[in-house]
Design a protein. Structure first.
Length: 171
């Protein structure tokens, strides 16, 4: 079994979601493009960095839709996060830099919880394909194994919520 074979789940559902997400990104890109042209004429600054970072976020989020492996999920989520850390600093204001540092610190905390949860799952089953994890844990009757799975999923959920900015309550 190769690693790439079980990294992505391609179905009609994921393809439709990718197309919808790409259409949303294109509409937002057109709207942002008109705004940045206007802002560029006023400030005289070159704003092409926003476009590159925006499309990096779009690429990783489209990649996130069809992931079937937890390691690839972490890579895509970190790609979105790293590109998002840069966005507030492009305005070169003090508040933007402070916001980026806070977001980076909380994102690092979320990454720690996510990696810890994935590592715990990996100790229980050495294959991180979501389909194989589902079949392995569905046939398990061991209460200790179910408890360990529950803890690892809770750690991953906490990490994901921190990455989203939903928890903990920070300004």
């Amino acid at each position: 079994m190769s690693f790439a074979k079980f990294s992505y789940a391609i179905s009609s559902y994921t393809q439709i979601n990718k197309l919808v997400l790409l259409a949303i990104y294109l509409v937002v890109f057109i709207l942002i493009g008109t705004y940045t042209k206007f802002k560029d004429e006023i400030s005289g600054k070159n704003l092409y960095e926003y476009t590159v970072i925006y499309w990096l976020i779009a690429l990783f989020s489209i990649m996130l839709i069809s992931i079937d492996n937890l390691i690839i999920f972490l890579i895509a989520l970190e790609g979105i996060s790293l590109a998002s850390y840069i966005l507030p600093t492009l305005g070169q204001t003090r508040g933007g830099v402070i916001s980026a540092v806070k977001y980076f610190v909380f994102g690092t905390l979320g990454s720690i919880y996510l990696i810890w949860g994935v590592a715990t799952l990996y100790t229980l089953h050495p294959n991180l394909s979501l389909a194989e994890l589902h079949t392995f844990f569905a046939i398990s009757d061991n209460r200790e194994l179910v408890s360990a799975i529950s803890r690892s999923v809770q750690m991953m959920l906490v990490g994901f919520l921190i990455k989203l900015g939903a928890a903990p309550a920070h300004q």
